[in-house]
Write a protein that binds this ligand. Sequence first.
Ligand code: UT7
Length: 367
Amino acid sequence: MALYARITGWGMSVPEKVLTNADLSNMVDTTDEWIRSVTGIKERRIASSEETTASMATEAALQALEVAQLHPDEIDLIVVSTSSPDYLFPATACLVQDRLGAMHAGAFDLMAACTGFIFALNLASQAIRSGSIKSAVVIGAETFSRLVNWKDRNTCILFGDGAGAFVLQASQEPAGVLSAVMRSDGSGSDLLSLPAGGSRNPASLASVTNGQHYIHMNGREVFRFASRVMVQATHEAVTAAHLTLDDIQLIIPHQANQRIIESAVRGLDVPLERCMINLDRYGNTGAASIPIAACEAVQQSRLKPGDKVVLVGFGAGLTWGAAVVEWSGLIPTKAKIRPTQVRLFAHLRSFLRRLLRHVEGWIWGRS
Ligand code: UT7
């Protein structure tokens, strides 16, 4: 019997601190009017010194698990899609696994920039559909505020911090990812990058002085690329699902720029109202933007069980992709998940494991 990967939980976490366009106009040579008219962004969220990609990813995942009423012990796979991980390694997903106390989960990061959530969702869904796992938590999370140059008005106005998560569970009813398109073109890798800090250009005094640890972007070229591929990828994914655009209730695009979304919508010949847009309040949150927008679409009753939705994105790499998803909703269960308890048990378990490792090390050292 065919298996499907039903989306049974969703959650989001954004920092409390709001940075408005007016605030930015006191930091760089820009205006609220310019930012609003050129990007559609009014404000974005900025992580506090205690918040990181892993902490926001964990909170979004906890919320999603609470919606799904799925216990962390039952998670088989955790994928975090991010371009702003806590560390180059270990994977941010492993930090999330520890904080959730997901003892039976494999965890890894997937980097495909702002398209990453679509790629991760598709891969996790395929793993469930193949029968190799039963459940997965897929997260998009970014702390771009730590990677932008707050003196560069071309980039610092665009980005924000946050995380969004989906829980996927095996189901025999048709639902979840119906089709997906994943594409890349590395010839455009220089258009949007963080040049230093990797093995090609490790951190040095020169790399820091030259500002190579900040996001560098050719905005105009990315804009042209994005407007083109959003239309293409949407058509390809809808056709692959044996549907037409008339069958699609909602389009959730990567939230980068209102003008890119409007251009895509014109190219697709669908009304703008069929598109979820929340970038005015969060800016571009990278891999987190699609799951955050999906959570808000559910809150606003714009996404209901049975709806077919297109998720479509683009980003550094270059990467782009789209997925057609049948929104399904919860699998009834008697389980009761309390995030406070989950946090506490995970913390305790992590502490005991560290202690055990310490004691083992001490015993081995003596023998
Ligand atoms: O997840 C993917 C991430 N990246 C993107 O999605 C970026 C896609 N690109 C864009 O969204 C747009 O290209 C931007 C919003 C980045 C820029 O819009 P644009 O219409 O392409 O503007 P531009 O870069 O061509 O700049 C136009 C003018 C320039 O002045 P001059 O040379 O014409 O005198 C810029 O210096 O606007 C100036 N400018 C600004 N002015 C006020 C650039 N940034 C600002 C600013 N405030 N913040």
